[in-house]
Design a protein around this ligand. Structure first.
Ligand code: IPD
Length: 287
């Protein structure tokens, strides 16, 4: 069967709305949840039910493609180059459990590990972000991203940047040390105790963070420790809105989809993106 990206996009939009219905009708209770590795790494019956609904539907319609989802992930079957649906049924599970209206369904499709179609839907706000590689990114299928269109401001450096960061669920080991050190380094300038970045936000959904960067309401998003299903869908949306994704590790301009460390930068006129990435890396190195 020839690959029809528009058909895949429309199918993902429809599934995102169906998933949103399930999520909006759920009555999440902290007591009904399961912990994966600690009390910050949670899964609910709704994560599993939404993923099952989506995988059954996608594998029924597209039996030639693979499915890679957060809740059915098996470390023995890692991501490959095959055309693959990469799905997070509820990105922002902790927010969902607390009824904080900032969680989404993140439905991505990658070919040769390149994010190619992405749909991210927040059922609380009804914001739907979507993109097909090469065809632009849209909010609610009509407003082209970034939201300021041609009037996007240049990136003038970290001191005027609003940055998304996440604590994630790894609360120990090298990942934790890197995160805590990076947040401290980003918070304060080296010289005089002034501000390094304008401010940081930690809102609890990797996919929505990346969509905010695509919109241009955030300038950057940095996280170490999240997974390909957290970022695949929003990655297409961001790059189609003129943004870039580089590896969160200093010096690596070619991030792997499953590299688990990402720095996303919004679209900007003229240069600015490369410079702010270099400024970011130089500030989190060797301090
Ligand atoms: C998590 C969220 C969170 C990020 C974690 C992710 P989940 O996804 O995106 O913001 O910090 O790294 O795992 O578990 O809610 O699907």
């Amino acid at each position: 069967m020839a690959m029809d990206l528009n058909d895949i996009h429309d199918t993902l939009v429809s599934l995102a709305h169906q998933a949103g219905e399930i999520i909006n009708n759920a009555l999440p209770e902290t007591s009904g949840t399961g912990s994966k590795k600690n009390t910050a790494d949670l899964v609910t019956e709704y994560d599993r039910a939404v993923e099952k609904m989506i995988s059954t539907s996608l594998m029924g319609k597209y039996p030639d493609y693979k499915f890679h989802g957060e809740e059915s992930y098996d470390p023995n079957t890692p991501l490959t180059d095959a055309p693959t649906f990469i799905v997070d049924p509820i990105d922002g599970t902790v927010n969902f459990i607390h009824s904080f209206p900032h969680a989404c369904v993140a439905l991505g499709f990658a070919v040769n590990r390149v994010p190619t179609v992405g749909v991210v839907y927040n059922p609380s706000t009804k914001a739907l972000y979507s993109a097909i590689r090469g065809q632009g990114a849209f909010l609610n299928q009509e407003t082209r991203l970034p939201l300021k269109g041609e009037n996007v401001e240049p990136l003038s450096g970290l001191s005027s940047a609003l940055i998304s960061i996440e604590w994630g669920s790894d609360r120990g080991g090298p990942n934790w040390d890197t995160k805590v050190r990076t947040f401290a380094q980003l918070g304060q300038s080296k010289e005089n105790g002034g501000a390094m970045v304008r401010s940081m936000r930690s809102l609890g959904s990797a996919a929505l963070n990346m969509c905010a960067v695509a919109e241009g309401t955030m300038d950057l998003y940095w996280e170490g420790g999240c997974w390909e299903w957290d970022v695949c869908a929003a990655w297409v949306i961001l790059t189609e809105a003129g943004g870039i994704v580089v590896d969160g590790n200093p010096g690596d301009w070619n991030p792997r989809l499953d590299g688990r460390k990402y720095l996303a930068v919004r679209g900007a006129p003229e240069k600015g993106q490369k410079e702010i990435v270099e400024e970011f890396w130089s500030n989190i190195q060797g301090r």
